[in-house]
Ligand binder design. Structure first.
Ligand code: ATP
Ligand code: MG
Length: 392
C-alpha cells in the first residue's frame, strides 16, 4: 500500500489547446512548493488529475497547508494506492475509518477499468454494507458527512476519504506578469492576492518617504511580501525612495491635486520598472470612492500617464469584504500595524475629490517629469522572496 495525494483542478479552465500548458504549470508549482517538505516528492498527471507520490513520512497537516496555497487546485485528498481487490480495499477503508468523525456516509466508486468484474453500483453496495457493519452509521447519498471514494484503475485502485478544498483560481504563471503597488495598508495585498489567484506572476513596488518618515512601511511591505510568497513565490519587492519627489510636488503644485500627482508619478515610475521585467499591467488596491483619491475622476486622471493597463481588482469591493479577505489570506494582522504612509506624509488639508487629466497636466508643467522619474528609478532597491524565505 502506498500513500499518495490526489489533486483535482478546475475543468473549466482546461478547455481546448491551453490544457497542457495549464496542467504543466500546476504540476511545476506543486513540485516547487512540495519539494520544500521532502526533496524526493514526485508530481505527475493522471487521467485529468494530478498524482503526488513519495509523500509518506511527511506530516499530513504540513502537506495540506502547502497544497491549500497552490492556486489552480480545486480540491485534494490523501489517498491510498492498492491492488484492485475488494478485500484489500475493505481492509484499507477499515483502517482509516477510526480517524473520521461522521454520522452518515456515501461510497462513490468509479470504474475507469471496465474489465473489473463488478460495476460501480455493485461496488458501492458491497463497500456500503461493509462500512455499515463496521460502524453502524447510516448511508446518506445526498448530503453525507463523509464520502468514501474508490477509483478502480487498470493496475491498481485509489481509495480516499473526504476532500480538502483547494485555493481555486488558476496556476500562478499562466496569466502573464504584473507589478503590484504595495502600500503596507490592508487593500493592496488583497488586490495582489486576487491577481495571483487569476494566474498572474507578481512583483511588487513600494514607495516610501524614508528618511523623512520612519522605515516602518518598508518593514511591513517585506513582511506582507513574505506572506504572499507562500501563495505565489518567488517574488521581487522593489523599494522606491519617494520623499524628494513628493517635496518637489508640494513646493511647486497646487495642494488639492497633490495626492493625484503622487499617484501619477507612482504610475510612471512603476511603468518604467515594468519595462525591464516584461510586466504587462500594474495592480492597485483601489476601491471606488473609498477615499478622496479613489473617486472615478481621480482614478481616471492616473490612467493616461502610462501605456500599461492599471488593474484594480477591488474596485467594486466594500472595505468590510476586503478586511475579511485579508484575514483569510493572512495579511490583516501585518497590515493593521501602524506605519507612516508616504501619502499621508505631506498630505494636503483639502484633497480634491475630482480632477481631470488636463488639470493635472497643467499642474505638472512646472516639473521636469522625465528627470524626476529617472532619479527615482536609479535609486530602486530590490529584494527577492521565495517560498523558502516565506516559510522560515
Ligand atoms: P491600501 O490599503 O492598499 O494602502 P488605501 O485604501 O489606503 O489602500 P490609498 O492609500 O489611497 O488607499 O492607495 C491606493 C492604492 O495605491 C493602494 O492600494 C496601492 O496599490 C497604491 N499605493 C498607495 N500608496 C502606496 C505606496 N506607498 N507604495 C505603493 N503603492 C501605493
Ligand atoms: Mg494606504
Amino acid at each position: 500500500m502506498k500513500e499518495v495525494l490526489l489533486i483535482h483542478y478546475h475543468e473549466i479552465a482546461l478547455k481546448g489547446k491551453n490544457r497542457p500548458f495549464f496542467e504543466k504549470k500546476l504540476c511545476d508549482n506543486l513540485r516547487s512548493a512540495l519539494r520544500l517538505l521532502k526533496s524526493s516528492i514526485q508530481v505527475r498527471r493522471l487521467y485529468g488529475r494530478i498524482l503526488v507520490e513519495e509523500v509518506d513520512g511527511v506530516d499530513r497537516d504540513e502537506v495540506r497547508r502547502v497544497v491549500e496555497r497552490v492556486f489552480g487546485v480545486s480540491n485534494f485528498s490523501h489517498a491510498w494506492e492498492i491492488p484492485s481487490d475488494l478485500d484489500r480495499i475493505e481492509e484499507v477503508i477499515g483502517e482509516r475509518l477510526p480517524e473520521q468523525e461522521f454520522d452518515s456516509f456515501a461510497i462513490r466508486a468509479r470504474r475507469a477499468y471496465k474489465q473489473f468484474p463488478l460495476k460501480s453500483q455493485q461496488i458501492n453496495e458491497r463497500l456500503g454494507g461493509f462500512v455499515c457493519e463496521q460502524t453502524g452509521k447510516r448511508v446518506d447519498l445526498t448530503t453525507p458527512d463523509l464520502t468514501i471514494h474508490v477509483e478502480i484503475l487498470a493496475e491498481r485502485s485509489l481509495v480516499y476519504l473526504g476532500k480538502h478544498t483547494g485555493a481555486g483560481g488558476l496556476p500562478v504563471g499562466v496569466s502573464g506578469r504584473m507589478l503590484a503597488l504595495l502600500s503596507g495598508g490592508i487593500d493592496s495585498p488583497v488586490a495582489a492576492w486576487r491577481m495571483l489567484r487569476r494566474g498572474a506572476r507578481i512583483s511588487f513596488v513600494h514607495f516610501h518617504s524614508y528618511p523623512f518618515t520612519s522605515a516602518d512601511s518598508q518593514e511591513k511591505v517585506l513582511e506582507l511580501a513574505g506572506v504572499l510568497a507562500q501563495w505565489g513565490g518567488p517574488l521581487e519587492v522593489m523599494m522606491v525612495a519617494f520623499g524628494d519627489l513628493q517635496r518637489e510636488i508640494v513646493a511647486r503644485t497646487p495642494g488639492p491635486l497633490r495626492v493625484i500627482l503622487y499617484r501619477r508619478f507612482m504610475a510612471r515610475i512603476a511603468a518604467r520598472l515594468a519595462l525591464k521585467k516584461k510586466v504587462e499591467a500594474l495592480v492597485t488596491g483601489e476601491s471606488l470612492a473609498q477615499v478622496a483619491s479613489q473617486t472615478l475622476s481621480n482614478m481616471a486622471s492616473v490612467d493616461p500617464v502610462i501605456d500599461l493597463p492599471i488593474l484594480r481588482p477591488l474596485v467594486g469591493f466594500d472595505k468590510q469584504e476586503i478586511i475579511e479577505e485579508s484575514k483569510r489570506i493572512g495579511t490583516f494582522d501585518i497590515s493593521i500595524q501602524p506605519h507612516d504612509d508616504c501619502c499621508s506624509y505631506l498630505m494636503p488639508p483639502n484633497p480634491a475629490t475630482s480632477s481631470s487629466h488636463r488639470d493635472c497636466q497643467r499642474a505638472e508643467e512646472v516639473l521636469d517629469i522625465d528627470s524626476l522619474v529617472e532619479e527615482a528609478v536609479d535609486r530602486v532597491e530590490s529584494r527577492v522572496f521565495d517560498q523558502v524565505c516565506a516559510r522560515s
